[in-house]
Design a protein around this ligand. Structure first.
Ligand SMILES: [Zn+2]
Length: 384
């Protein structure tokens, strides 16, 4: 997982709002005329989500915030939206397997720990919208069946609300050409989830196209209100978006906030078949592990990301690349280093240019999103 730069989202926000707000406002007006359905969580018309509390009129500032502000900023600015986000997360992440979660957290599997985990989970997403659901399911934490019944109760109402919201905010409002344009403007070159696949921009008859998929970080179907939020769009490769990410409802690392950074790293481990040739990059008789810092604040999200995108498994196909890196590292470190350094000094190259020359990679933590396998190369060469 590689961190993405937020700057293009902020820069393109105003243009994006100009393009998208008109349709949302038209749909809002149509929903108002047609007598909007009631939000099951508040008892008010669902359209009040778009309205100013004091005047009861459409809040155009909110429309722009929903489209182009960071999602956490929108949630902290609008209490009802914060309730919506927490309720969506409660339902979406609520399908966890309790014993798997205890394992990830390094806790023993026991009835008290299971109950505590369920209580902690609810407290993370608790909000005023679900107070009546909690009252109906006071023993929700005691076992899996009671917990599932509680989540299902909330999920039913959320489905009703999301169906209504889709009449005013839906990803279908965006046409394919504009999707290509937006993805190109975000401008990343490599899938941030796997750091393996290029996502390439190209010109087709004067129109910008891209090979990237538009991944909704919070899935479109479950977080309908954020289906057009710019900060919910992650350019990704098709495999990560379509095959891996849809498989499980996991809380993963949000790439606009951070990547794995120094909290997870690839490591070459010698095994029973390793020889001195392995150390000098002349064989692939080693294990390639993906390790993480279990004390990190984001340890669970990191584990979830590793599992969701099958990172440890898919990177096994890159052992030959790792062997090549080990070979170069050994050769340049021992034999040619002095001569190389003299040559580079003559050429006045920076350290990153030297690394680019030697390893085909700048090996800079802030440039990992520019080339595939950059994180792997960084960890093997720099951290090794
Ligand atoms: Zn990918």
């Amino acid at each position: 997982m590689i961190q993405l730069d937020q700057t293009p989202l902020l820069t393109n926000g105003p243009q994006y709002c100009n393009k998208m707000r008109g349709e949302m406002i038209n749909r809002y007006n149509r929903a108002k005329v047609a007598t909007p359905i009631t939000n099951p969580f508040t008892g008010s018309a669902f359209t009040t989500l778009w309205e100013d509390d004091a005047s009861g009129l459409l809040h155009t500032g909110f429309v722009d915030d929903l489209l182009s502000s960071p999602m956490e900023t929108t949630c902290s600015s609008y209490p009802q939206i914060d309730c919506y986000m927490k309720t969506c997360k409660l339902v979406y992440f609520g399908s966890f397997q309790i014993d798997d979660e205890l394992n990830k957290a390094g806790k023993a599997i026991s009835k008290p720990n299971r109950e505590n985990y369920r209580r902690d989970f609810l407290s993370r997403y608790d909000n005023s919208w679900i107070s009546s659901h909690k009252a109906r399911h006071q023993s929700y934490f005691q076992n899996n069946i009671l917990f599932r019944n509680f989540i299902q109760d909330v999920k039913r109402d959320l489905k009703t609300l999301n169906q209504a919201i889709s009449g005013v905010t839906d990803y279908d409002f965006m046409d394919a050409d504009y999707r290509h344009e937006i993805l190109s403007r975000i401008g990343t070159e490599v899938c941030p989830y796997c750091n393996r696949q290029y996502i390439t921009h190209y010109d087709e008859d004067g129109t910008t196209k891209t090979t990237a998929d538009l991944d909704h970080f919070h899935p479109n179907s479950a977080f309908k209100l954020f289906s057009l939020s710019l900060f919910n769009f992650v350019p990704s490769c098709q495999i990560c978006n379509s095959r891996f990410k849809l498989a499980k409802c996991y809380d993963i690392v949000y790439p606009y906030h951070r990547g794995f950074d120094e909290s997870a790293w690839f490591k070459v481990q010698l095994n029973g078949n390793s020889t001195v040739d392995t150390l000098t990059g002349n064989s692939t008789h080693f294990d390639l592990d993906l390790e993480f810092d279990s004390t990190s604040t984001y340890a669970v999200q990191i584990q979830n990301s590793m599992e969701l995108f099958n990172l440890a498994k898919v990177y096994q196909s890159h052992k030959e690349y790792v062997r090549e890196l080990l070979y170069k590292k050994h050769a340049y470190a021992k034999t040619y280093q002095d001569d190389m350094q003299k040559l580079f000094n003559t050429m006045k190259l920076s350290e990153e240019q030297i690394n680019l020359f030697l390893y085909g990679n700048k090996l800079l933590p802030e440039k990992l999103s520019m080339r595939p396998l950059s994180k792997l190369a960084y960890d093997v060469i720099i951290k090794g």
